[in-house]
Each structure stands twice: as structure tokens, then as C-alpha cells.
Design a protein around this ligand. Sequence first.
Ligand SMILES: *[C@@H]1O[C@H](CO)[C@@H](O)[C@H](O)[C@H]1NC(C)=O
Ligand SMILES: *[C@@H]1O[C@H](CO)[C@@H](O)[C@H](O)[C@H]1NC(C)=O
Ligand SMILES: *[C@@H]1O[C@H](CO)[C@@H](O)[C@H](O)[C@H]1NC(C)=O
Ligand SMILES: *[C@@H]1O[C@H](CO)[C@@H](O)[C@H](O)[C@H]1NC(C)=O
Ligand SMILES: *[C@@H]1O[C@H](CO)[C@@H](O)[C@H](O)[C@H]1NC(C)=O
Ligand SMILES: *[C@@H]1O[C@H](CO)[C@@H](O)[C@H](O)[C@H]1NC(C)=O
Ligand SMILES: *[C@@H]1O[C@H](CO)[C@@H](O)[C@H](O)[C@H]1NC(C)=O
Ligand SMILES: *[C@@H]1O[C@H](CO)[C@@H](O)[C@H](O)[C@H]1NC(C)=O
Ligand SMILES: *[C@@H]1O[C@H](CO)[C@@H](O)[C@H](O)[C@H]1NC(C)=O
Ligand SMILES: *[C@@H]1O[C@H](CO)[C@@H](O)[C@H](O)[C@H]1NC(C)=O
Ligand SMILES: *[C@@H]1O[C@H](CO)[C@@H](O)[C@H](O)[C@H]1NC(C)=O
Ligand SMILES: *[C@@H]1O[C@H](CO)[C@@H](O)[C@H](O)[C@H]1NC(C)=O
Length: 530
Amino acid sequence: MSTTHLIVLLGFLLLAGTSSSQPTSGDLATLLAMKKQWGNPMQLASWDPVSNADHCNWTGVVCGGGEDRRAVTGVSLSKLNITGQVPESVCDLPSLTRFDLSYNNLTGSFPGVPLYACSHLRFLDLSNNSFHGVLPDDISRLSPAMEHLNLSSNHFWGTVPAAVGGLQALRSLRLDTNQFTGYYPTAEISMLAGIEQLTLALNPFAPAPAPPEFAKLTNLSYLWMSNMNMTGSIPKAYSSLENLMLFAMYGNKLTGEIPAWVWQHRKLQLLYLYNNTLTGKLPRKITSVNLIELDVSSNNLTGEIPDDFGSLKNLSILFMYSNQLTGTIPASIARLPNLRDIRLFENNLSGEIPRELGKHSPLGNLDVCNNNLSGPLPDSLCANGKLYEIVIFKNHFSGMLPENLGDCVLLKNIILSYNRFSGEFPAKIWSLPRLTTVTIDYNGFTGTLPAKLSENISLIGIENNKFSGTFPTSATGLSVFKAENNMISGELPAEMSKFPNLTELAMSGNQLTGSYQHQSFCCRSLSIST
Ligand SMILES: *[C@@H]1O[C@H](CO)[C@@H](O)[C@H](O)[C@H]1NC(C)=O
Ligand SMILES: *[C@@H]1O[C@H](CO)[C@@H](O)[C@H](O)[C@H]1NC(C)=O
Ligand SMILES: *[C@@H]1O[C@H](CO)[C@@H](O)[C@H](O)[C@H]1NC(C)=O
Ligand SMILES: *[C@@H]1O[C@H](CO)[C@@H](O)[C@H](O)[C@H]1NC(C)=O
Ligand SMILES: *[C@@H]1O[C@H](CO)[C@@H](O)[C@H](O)[C@H]1NC(C)=O
Ligand SMILES: *[C@@H]1O[C@H](CO)[C@@H](O)[C@H](O)[C@H]1NC(C)=O
Ligand SMILES: *[C@@H]1O[C@H](CO)[C@@H](O)[C@H](O)[C@H]1NC(C)=O
Ligand SMILES: *[C@@H]1O[C@H](CO)[C@@H](O)[C@H](O)[C@H]1NC(C)=O
Ligand SMILES: *[C@@H]1O[C@H](CO)[C@@H](O)[C@H](O)[C@H]1NC(C)=O
Ligand SMILES: *[C@@H]1O[C@H](CO)[C@@H](O)[C@H](O)[C@H]1NC(C)=O
Ligand SMILES: *[C@@H]1O[C@H](CO)[C@@H](O)[C@H](O)[C@H]1NC(C)=O
Ligand SMILES: *[C@@H]1O[C@H](CO)[C@@H](O)[C@H](O)[C@H]1NC(C)=O
């Protein structure tokens, strides 16, 4: 600290000493002491009594306490790249209620001793730092006013202490993304009656079932218990958790059926149960009408997709891939106004794609590969111009591709391999500005390739179709071009040997003329026998 700073600071301290009620100059000194302990980082340059005399105007400092409303009540230093430890003097700020140090590079063990003295602390956010070690057994010595304790994304280890149950005013407890092991204190946590947000996800806990006691926590709106080694089934008793907005238990070893309440809770918006071994059928009646994102992929679900999904007017994401679903894709889904992303691949679905799919919603992605679907593709998929990906390989689709896919300006990937499409492949598709992948092999498409392909196309697979005409002379981004077993004729254009990124060219089974010196024409991998 410079001499000028010191003199000004002394002036403040002197004033504080002589005047009867000047607690805030004490706060100023405390803030400067904290800054000093952090090594006076540049990010706290505004914490300077010379150039910025009003400490309530310093970065991250919030005042409002005390008679003059000048006492510091909040210090929020998120994302400032601060290093070091939690300063010992922080609780010399007598009115501090909110302390946010999230997203920094702080280290050390849980700062119990400095923080226990903050008797009004209500909000503590240490998330996304590098704290480590075991949480102290006396963590309940934090202020009894504590409402929000966020320790997520650190390196804490050991068992979660039972003492967290002593923080009776807690409304959120975030312990996710750490290295906690053993058994967490289910009985104590289930005494936190006012808790609204609980996250235990992404910790290597010992395998154990979801605690039935949590059914008592009826104010819960956010329950994140993913990737934490949970076994057994989803408790039926959680039907009491009617305030759930997010329910996430993906990446566990859950078995059994999805309980009925999951499809009934009216406040539920985000449901993530993917990557378990859940079994059984979904019910016909679905009344959790506020669902926005639904992901039950990678389980062992059977039966049909309920027609009632058509009543989920806010549904934006529907992921049910890698199950054993049968039956058809209900027509009702096509009328959902918000549906953006549908992934139903790797099931045993049959029937046609609903006629109006894409007409009523901003559909961006349709992935239904590896099913038994058939019939033509509806011409509505890109009706709102949002479609960027269509992945439908290994089905029994037939008929012509809708011509209007050629107007689908955001289209990036189109993967139709192993179907029974026929007719002319819409020529306009080859010019779509964002297109990078076109794999349509093993169909019955006819058509020709234009001389100039869209610059972003890097992968073309049209083998085993009936394409004719000649080869492109311009395709700047092309890296793989597979076109075996078509009826393309003529010489490989000289331009092709100069496509900068071309590594694989497979042309056999066409009507090539001319002779090529294999090694010198182009590419790592070249097959151009006629
Ligand atoms: C707060 O600090 C900024 C610079 O950090 C300064 O421009 C502004 O005038 C100060 N406001 C008050 C009320 O002191
Ligand atoms: C964080 O601090 C380190 C070392 O002080 C520095 O190398 C890095 O660029 C900083 N990062 C940001 C995002 O400020
Ligand atoms: C701070 O953390 C970021 C992100 O984890 C890292 O890239 C950076 O190197 C760290 N800086 C220091 C000084 O440790
Ligand atoms: C930490 O948790 C609190 C309370 O749930 C929340 O308000 C805050 O946004 C979280 N911090 C981060 C960085 O997500
Ligand atoms: C914060 O933590 C989350 C979870 O570990 C991680 O995905 C994210 O990259 C972290 N952010 C930063 C800025 O370190
Ligand atoms: C649960 O939430 C309601 C509504 O916000 C609130 O009135 C009630 O006090 C909360 N329950 C507990 C035990 O905090
Ligand atoms: C699951 O529990 C076992 C035994 O405690 C442990 O070794 C393993 O790391 C845990 N796995 C995960 C993904 O947390
Ligand atoms: C699914 O969970 C297992 C552990 O249970 C994990 O190894 C695997 O990577 C997860 N897969 C996905 C796609 O998340
Ligand atoms: C859907 O979202 C809107 C706006 O976010 C909301 O008003 C509505 O209640 C939600 N639920 C249904 C079923 O529409
Ligand atoms: C669940 O599905 C996976 C992948 O489809 C399969 O390997 C596994 O055998 C199935 N398990 C049961 C219990 O059906
Ligand atoms: C898929 O469904 C068809 C009938 O549509 C049936 O013949 C076939 O056995 C089913 N395959 C599997 C793997 O369930
Ligand atoms: C060629 O490939 C490189 C690396 O994959 C990529 O960065 C570059 O954009 C490509 N060139 C063209 C013209 O697409």
C-alpha cells in the first residue's frame, strides 16, 4: 500500500475513533484488510479509499445495514479470478449477510473458523473454486440464519457431516460435483423442512438407494441426484414432492418402473432420468403438463409412447432414445407448439413420421435412426426454417424426399442411409450454406451432383444409389467423398485433385473414363477402379 493510501486510511481510522457512531469506516478497513490478504489483486483496484472514497461503491460491495445504511451487507466477487484463501477478517463486517466467492481460484479447506463468526450470514457461495478437504463436523456453527450454502464444483472429500442438518433455516444446499464418499446423512438432511434446492449429484458416494425420508421435504423444487451411484427404484413416496420443478436422477443404477407421480406432478418442468436401467411402460394418462424437457433415454423402457404427450404444450425436448419402445410415434406430438428436438433413435418404433411434424413448432433436430419406421418423410419438417439436423438411417422409409428440404437454410447434417428412398435427390440441397454432412447411401436416389458444392460440405456418402452425371469441380471443404456403385460417368476432373482437404475418394462401380495414377491424384485413401 502506498504512503498516500496509508495516510488516508489512518485519517479514516482516526475519524472512526473520535466520532461516536462510525461503524462503516471499520468496514472500509476490513475490506482493505481482505484485499491485502488476497495480495491486492488488480480486479479489486476500485477498492481504493483515495480514488474511490465511498466503499459502498467498490466492486462487489453492497451496503445497506446499520443506522446510516452504510454498513456492508454483501460482498459478491464472483468470476474475478481471485486466488488464495478466505480472509480471516471477513466477519469483522458485522452486518454481512451475503458472501459470494463463486468461480474463483480459491484454495484451502472449508473456511469454518473465519466464517463461524459471521453471525448474520444467510448466503454463502463458494462454488467453482478449488477448496478441498473434509467438511468440519461442526459446520452447524455457521450462522443459524444460513439459508443458502453452495459448495458445488470443488474438491471436498470425505463424508458429508451430519451437522449440516443443524442449519435449520437452509433453503438450498448444494454439494454436487465434489469428491464426497460414503453415505450422506439422509436422516439429518430430511429434517431440513424448508429446503427448496438440494444437489448431491456427481459425487462418488457408496451405492445406496434414494432415501425415502426425502419424501418429507415437500418444499423441494430442485432435486439433483445424478451420477452418484444410486441403486434401487425411484421412491413412490416422492409423490409428496409436489413442488418439484426439476427432478434429475440420471447416470445412476436405478431399476424398476418410473413411478406414476412423475407423470402427474403439475409443477415439473425438467425431468432427467436417462442412463439407468429403468423398465416398464409409460402410463397412458400424463398430467405433468408443464414439462419442458423430458429425457428418459438409455433405459430399458418398453411399451408405447403415450398419446397424451400431445398435451405437454411446453415440451421442447423429447429424448427417449436407446430403449425398447414399440408402436408408433403419436400424431399428437406433431401439434406441440414448442417442440425443438426429438431423439427417439435405437428403439423398435414402427409406422410413419406424423404428417404435420415440424409445421407447428420450431423443429431443429429429428433423430429417429435405428427403428422400423416407414412411409415417406412429411414435407412439414422444415416448415419453420429451423431444421439443422435430420438423422433417420436404418429404417424403412420410402418415397421421394420432400423437395422443400432444399430451402432449409440452416440444415447442417442429413443422414438417411439404409432406407428405401427413391426419386430425384433435391438438387438445391447441395447448395445449402451450412451443410457439412450428406450421407444417403443404400437408397434408390437418382439425380446429379452440381459442378459447385456448398463450401462447408466435408462429408458426402452417396454410395449404392443411382446418381448419374459427372463429378463436381468445386467443393472447397470436401474431405470424404464416397460414391461407389452409382452411374456417374466421365473423367475425374483435374480440379478434384486440388480440393485442399480431400483425404478419401471412393468411386469404384461407376462409369469412369480416363486413367489415373492412383498415388498422385489425391488423398490418403483412393479407390477409383471402374
Ligand atoms: C463509483 O465509482 C465509479 C468508478 O468506479 C465512479 O465513476 C462513480 O462516480 C462512483 N460513484 C459514486 C456515487 O461515488
Ligand atoms: C487469472 O489469473 C492468472 C494468474 O494471475 C492469469 O494468468 C489468468 O490470465 C487470469 N485469468 C483471467 C480470466 O483473468
Ligand atoms: C484459475 O482457474 C482457471 C479455470 O479453472 C484456470 O484456467 C487458471 O489457470 C487458474 N488460475 C490460477 C492462477 O490458478
Ligand atoms: C449457488 O447456490 C445458490 C443457492 O441455490 C444460487 O443462488 C447460486 O446461483 C449458486 N451459485 C452458482 C455459481 O451457481
Ligand atoms: C464450474 O464447475 C462446473 C462443474 O464442475 C464446470 O462444468 C465448469 O466448467 C466450472 N466453471 C469454471 C469457470 O470453472
Ligand atoms: C414451504 O414453502 C411455503 C411457501 O413458500 C412456506 O410458506 C413455508 O413456510 C415453507 N415451509 C417451511 C417448513 O419452510
Ligand atoms: C460407486 O461406489 C463404489 C463403491 O463405493 C465406488 O468405488 C465408485 O467410485 C462409485 N462410483 C461412482 C460412479 O460414483
Ligand atoms: C452412463 O452411466 C455410466 C455409469 O453409470 C457411465 O459410465 C456412462 O458414461 C454414462 N453414459 C452417458 C451417456 O452418460
Ligand atoms: C407453459 O409455459 C407458459 C409460459 O412460460 C406458461 O404460462 C404455461 O402455464 C405453461 N404450461 C402450459 C401447460 O401451457
Ligand atoms: C437393458 O438395455 C440394454 C441396452 O439395450 C441391454 O444391454 C440390457 O441387457 C438390458 N437390460 C435388461 C435388464 O433388460
Ligand atoms: C420389433 O418389432 C417388430 C414388430 O414390429 C418385431 O417383429 C421385432 O421382434 C421387434 N424387435 C425387437 C428387437 O424387439
Ligand atoms: C480443412 O480442414 C481443416 C482442419 O480440419 C479446417 O480447419 C479447414 O477449415 C478445412 N478447409 C476448408 C476449406 O473447409
